[in-house]
Write a protein that binds this ligand. Structure first.
Ligand code: MIC
Ligand code: MG
Length: 485
């Protein structure tokens, strides 16, 4: 029996197609088919991924934007479709509150199947909505099928977990997902001791993305990978092993009696950082021996920090530089987070992913511009994504800037923009209004302020769809079966 699905030639032909040819894989088609299951499981995911690719390209070319948010459940997703949103984001941060046993802020510490389950639910809800609309004769039924873009966080471990996670996503019907370079289990927003996020070395990020790409290839999936770059907000890196991270790893340039990891209080740690005069190796060398720097740079080119340090000491025996002294209690190195670091990594990741996104806790115009220009200087047509997470001032002082924000970002190439938590906040506002109304005005208030406006909404389908519409399907089934109940 010839089985095209299991033939390397089929994989090679697919890899040279318009959607796949920009990806450079460090493995062969033969290796991929050896890892393939007998039957493909990619139908829904592929259809939605192709739709997503068209949306992204349309906006990139027109310098317009696809803006979206993350629904909590099926009714908010339905409203997003009715409003004309073209994609749906499935946020891990939101899942931390809404899809776990024990809600908490976003440490990305939920189990690896949390987001795939959420994708599955939302995808199934879309299928239900599409089916109902179709049965009712709505010619626009397909508009309920919005590509789902999910949060894959750091992949939740090493490569086996990354691959299992991606597999679940594809099985669930995902159109795309983002993966970052954070160290699993170390995600913190508190900024205590001036510490932000911890990233893994470049080589580990690339292996992570390779594992994700490999799993897509194994499944014959068109799903889009988004690299979410976090180096610009990182203050730690787990290892100094990769030469490409050398410009961003910091060391003490003043010898101190104690190492950072052995300090106990925040005050001691803050003082230590001041006293240690943290710098990267190249800057430390340049300041110590400017005349020898050119020689040092030439001899240490491409070397990781420990080897470059040996060269430095040969040339300048009096130089003091210790990145070990600056390690924290987990052994992680001090890192100089900056947008250049994110640009560097994004350019490397671009061989394996379709979209690049500099993650932002707050909107920073300089960062966002620096990133787009840095990436597009090398990869002019790359799709860019951006999240608007941080709040803007309530006093309206930046309103003029906010009004043009989305179009400004679109002109920079950010064709996919999303507000991860907008729907969460919005539902809170509506829920409070409803609850206060019920408490103060009972059922009549509900009737007047919630139920009637819902029925009066004659969008593609009434807002009250969620309990009335499934009946359409029951009726249809009853007809087929012969109404035997
Ligand atoms: C965008 C994000 O990945 C998300 O899960 O929505 C989160 C948002 C958040 O937790 O506030 C993030 O890591 O920034
Ligand atoms: Mg997240």
């Amino acid at each position: 029996m010839t089985n095209q699905w299991l033939s390397p030639e089929t994989v090679k032909a697919w890899w040279s197609s318009a959607t796949q040819s920009a990806i450079n894989r460090p493995y062969t088609a033969e290796q991929v088919v050896h890892l393939r299951d007998r039957f493909p499981e990619n139908v829904a995911s592929n259809e939605m991924a192709l739709k997503l690719r068209e949306i992204l390209e349309k906006h990139r070319v027109n310098q317009t934007v696809n803006i979206t948010t993350s629904p909590l459940e099926m009714s908010s997703q339905q409203m997003m479709a009715e409003a004309g949103m073209e994609t749906v984001y499935v946020s891990g941060g939101l899942a931390s509150f809404t899809a776990v046993n024990d809600p908490s802020s976003d440490h990305a510490d939920y189990t690896y199947d949390t987001l795939p389950k959420k994708v599955n639910l939302l995808h199934r809800a879309q299928l239900l909505n599409e089916r109902i609309a179709r049965v009712k004769g709505n010619p626009d039924a397909e508009k309920f099928m919005l590509p789902l873009i999910a949060d894959a966080d750091s992949g939740f471990g090493l490569y086996t977990t990354v691959m299992k996670l991606v597999k679940l996503f594809v099985q669930a019907g995902v159109a795309g997902f983002h993966m970052d370079d954070l160290f699993p289990g170390c995600k913190r927003f508190d900024g205590k001791d001036g510490e932000a996020w911890t990233i893994v070395p470049t080589c580990e990020l690339l292996k992570r993305l390779t594992a994700a790409r490999l799993q897509l290839d194994i499944m014959g999936s068109e799903a889009v990978i988004i690299y979410r770059a976090d180096p610009h907000s990182a203050s730690r890196i787990t290892s100094s092993v990769d030469a490409r991270d050398r410009p961003y790893i910091l060391g003490a340039t003043v010898p101190l009696p104690r190492e950072y990891a052995s300090l106990h209080t925040s005050e001691e740690r803050a003082q230590w950082k001041k006293d240690a005069a943290l710098k990267c190796l190249d800057d430390a060398f340049k300041e110590c021996c400017p005349n020898l720097y050119e020689e040092f740079a030439a001899r240490s080119k491409g070397l990781p920090i420990s080897e470059a340090q040996r060269v430095a000491l040969e040339l300048a025996p009096t130089l003091y530089f210790s990145c070990d002294a600056a390690r924290n209690a987990s052994g992680h190195y001090a890192y100089r987070g900056c947008i250049e670091a994110s640009v560097d990594r994004s350019i490397l990741a671009a061989d394996l992913v379709e979209v690049l996104w500099p993650n932002a806790s707050t909107y920073d115009p300089q960062q966002v511009e620096g990133y787009a220009k840095g990436v597009h200087a090398v990869l002019p047509n790359k799709w860019l994504g951006y999240n608007i997470t941080g709040a803007f001032p309530a006093d309206k002082s930046r309103d003029d800037e906010v009004k043009v924000l989305n179009t400004k970002l679109a002109k920079l190439g950010y064709c996919w923009q999303f507000m991860p938590l907008a729907m969460f906040t919005a539902l809170g506002v509506m829920a409070k209004r409803t609850a206060v109304g019920l408490v103060e005005g009972g059922v009549y208030n509900y009737l007047e302020n919630v139920s009637r406006p819902a029925s009066a909404d004659k969008g593609a389908d009434s807002v009250e769809w969620w309990y009335k519409k499934p009946a359409v399907l029951t009726d249809t089934a009853a007809e087929v079966i012969g109404d035997c109940l």
